[in-house]
Design a protein around this ligand. Sequence first.
Ligand SMILES: Cc1cc2nc3c(=O)[nH]c(=O)nc-3n(C[C@H](O)[C@H](O)[C@H](O)COP(=O)(O)OP(=O)(O)OC[C@H]3O[C@@H](n4cnc5c(N)ncnc54)[C@H](O)[C@@H]3O)c2cc1C
Length: 306
Amino acid sequence: MKRLFNLLRLLFRYSIIILKSVFSGLRNLIRIINGKKVLSIPFYGLLAFALYVVLLIQFSGDPTFNKTFENKRINDITQLNPIQVNRIIKPKTINEIIYTIKTTTGPISIGGGKYSMGGQTAFENSLHIDMRSFNKVVKLDTIKKQITVQTGIRWRDLQKIIDPYNLSVKIMQTYSNFTVGGAISVNCHGRYIGHGPIISSVLELKIITASGEIIKANRQVNQDIFNAAIGGYGGIGVIAEATLQLADNVKVERSTQLLEAADYNTYFDSNIKNKEEVIFQNGDLYPPDYNKIRSVVWKKNRKTIN
Ligand SMILES: Cc1cc2nc3c(=O)[nH]c(=O)nc-3n(C[C@H](O)[C@H](O)[C@H](O)COP(=O)(O)OP(=O)(O)OC[C@H]3O[C@@H](n4cnc5c(N)ncnc54)[C@H](O)[C@@H]3O)c2cc1C
């Protein structure tokens, strides 16, 4: 222990001696430089340049270089269409949507469930409005069988709300995870027999235009806007609210039948078309020869389940 202490003391003493001689050497050097103009000008010039370089390195560049940025990449369900947007908002109120649109000068994109496959929900560097948190029921009229919703609501959530009233969505796609706004904006279709695309069940829309104005559109008022917004892929504005006609809840029973493709038209005309009891139907065509079709039918069922 004592030997270690002596060693440290020796090291300390020599360090002091070395520092002292370096310091006095530097002092002498500066004295010499200061005494001769021919040396002092380049010396201090070099010193100032070195200081400038150090400061430049210290304060130049992107100060946020090390920051982790918020993920602003929008993608659809396929994950094949990543698009970098400028900002993402998830509004909960109509005023938030209006304020954001009014205070934005660049492009705006709108996303529902983001199940459309081809980058329709985003635009490079745009303000992206993610509608999924704007998803409340505004009004339910069980007598008229009509519902007004904020369009970020998904079909499955809407169905849960109306099912206890023995009501059902009149027209939607084959899956229930799409939003009402996304479905209306592509004018989706289902497998319903006797119904075309969703437009025939849409009664009214509340649309926010690019100037932040709210427009009510239906078959009497602003009909051109109503028609353009349905299937308009968000090009007309943000569909904030939609009033939909509902249908009675009915029990259905699924059955299938394998047919020769050549017989399908005759089968369809006599068994499916104009048959009031058929609610949904689709035909699955089988590879590799595509000469067989399986008809899948959902018919009204009045059986009681025990
Ligand atoms: C597995 C699968 C099955 C499908 N089955 C069917 C089917 O049976 N029938 C059918 O017709 N289609 C079907 N589709 C397509 C589907 O209907 C569309 O992709 C639909 O747009 C999905 O809804 P979304 O909420 O995901 O819309 P998104 O993909 O989010 O948006 C679709 C378009 O609508 C715009 N948009 C979204 N919300 C609003 C809003 N509130 N206001 C204005 N514009 C808005 C978006 O900008 C975008 O252009 C299917 C797709 C998949 C992946």
